[in-house]
Design a protein around this ligand. Sequence first.
Ligand SMILES: Nc1ncnc2c1ncn2[C@@H]1O[C@H](COP(=O)(O)OP(=O)(O)OP(=O)(O)O)[C@@H](O)[C@H]1O
Length: 249
Amino acid sequence: MTSLKQPFLSVDALHKAFVLHGQGGMTLEVMRDLSLTLSPGECLVLAGPSGIGKSTLLKMLHGSYRVTAGRLTLHFEDGDLSLEALPAHAWHTLRRDVIGYVSQFLRVVPRVPAVEVVMEPLLARGVDEAEARLRAEAMLARLNLPERLWNLSPGTFSGGEQQRVNIARGFIAEHPLLLLDEPTASLDAANREVVVGLIEEAKARGAALLGIFHDEDVRERVADRLLPLTPHMGANVVTAQPATEEMRR
Ligand SMILES: Nc1ncnc2c1ncn2[C@@H]1O[C@H](COP(=O)(O)OP(=O)(O)OP(=O)(O)O)[C@@H](O)[C@H]1O
């Protein structure tokens, strides 16, 4: 990957509307005219009331929701990359190498042990299996996941244990852009501390972080800037516009 520019991410006049197929094709407008920039080494925290569109923004930046209108751009030294209309194979490479995402919940794949869940992003990048395993074990140990759980599938783990597997998987590959959707929500104080440390290290190595943290203490410690989403950008206005193909999802 080539080096990152200042800013690394820009969001311009972003608009998101969902079409509610189960409700006669009604349109739910979630975001209107949102713009922001994010630089390497910086953590920008999204704030604002429940339902305003914070997770939706992260999902658009991770390619799981489509952009209705506006621009999402990554700036590299050798050129810009627009994310609004990327084909699926390009998203695959981008998620492997550039954009990491830690959601609130782990997507459990039956019978895959915790340590392998954490190794997987490194293996995908071609890291040798023995090295990937060592790094995954070190990350799980750092997050205080008991060693007896490392070789079990996380399906039966507690919420906090699953979340720690998720965090280990999200941070291990040291993506240049990290999207954090309430990564500390189910953690105790000691593990919240570990996550704050991981975020500080990510910033120190030049990663750009965009996060949602409901825990005020964590938020104040990690945020370089706060962006409160306001109803102007996130009024949930239900209108009866006809659904267009681009608005679907
Ligand atoms: N796939 C979807 N289809 C339809 N509506 C959706 C979809 N995803 C999100 N929404 C709606 O978009 C709005 C914003 O949701 P979002 O999860 O982004 O809010 P949030 O600010 O992250 O809230 P919270 O702080 O409660 O997690 C909500 O009204 C939600 O119902």
